[in-house]
Design a protein around this ligand. Structure first.
Ligand code: GRF
Length: 189
């Protein structure tokens, strides 16, 4: 058994997909860390009975908030940390402390369209092939080594394209994370 912690700021659909997928494995989501009071992901965590903590970044230096975050990850025995819509660039100290154990999902075929509003920008540019990338986190914005990608064809409108991309994210992220956790636990469940 290996333990996954998830960092999220918003809706939390990837958080929910990972939590449900892990329930069919021998691994567990040990902790949700969220930086936004009132984020929907906190409601999902309560419903799914996943322990959750709010990390406040307001009115304090970023490295102080990140030290608290790192302590919680260690206290809760997180083997792997999945960023799932966590809307902050992690500081270099935090990245160094957990290097190789921090994973992110991004809704584009990186290195195309890093940063925010990737789907909208790719769609507006007329891309016929969009997609999803799972990668290790480094100090840059969506720049770490790529672990997996999935292509998603452009749909009739932006909303349908976004829906197709999010559905693909949920499958790809669960698959990659379970494989990584299996490697950590050195067994397949
Ligand atoms: C996803 O599109 C993810 O790729 C990006 O942020 C979004 C989070 O969505 N990093 P959700 O909160 O998991 O629904």
């Amino acid at each position: 058994m290996a333990k996954l912690a998830i960092l999220a700021s918003g809706s939390g659909s990837n958080f929910e997909a990972l939590t449900v997928a892990l329930r069919g494995s021998c691994h567990e989501v040990c902790l949700l860390l969220c930086d936004r009071p009132g984020a929907m992901v906190l409601e999902r965590a309560a419903r799914l009975e996943v322990p959750a903590r709010l990390i406040s970044y307001k009115g304090r230096p970023k490295n102080e908030a990140e030290s608290e975050l790192a302590e919680l990850l260690e206290e809760n025995g997180a083997d792997l940390i999945a960023l799932a819509g966590f809307m902050r660039l992690l500081g270099p100290e935090l990245v160094r402390r957990f290097r190789g154990r921090l994973v992110n999902i991004h809704p584009s075929l990186l290195p195309a369209w890093p940063g925010t509003h990737s789907i909208e920008r790719a769609f507006a540019a007329g891309d016929n092939e969009l997609g999803v990338t799972v990668h290790l986190v480094d100090e840059g914005m969506d720049t770490g080594p790529i672990l997996a990608q999935a292509r998603v064809p452009r749909q009739g409108d932006l909303a349908a394209t976004e829906a197709a991309i999010h559905a693909t994210e949920h499958l790809l992220y669960s698959d990659v994370i379970i494989k990584l956790l299996n490697n950590i636990a050195e067994k397949t469940c």
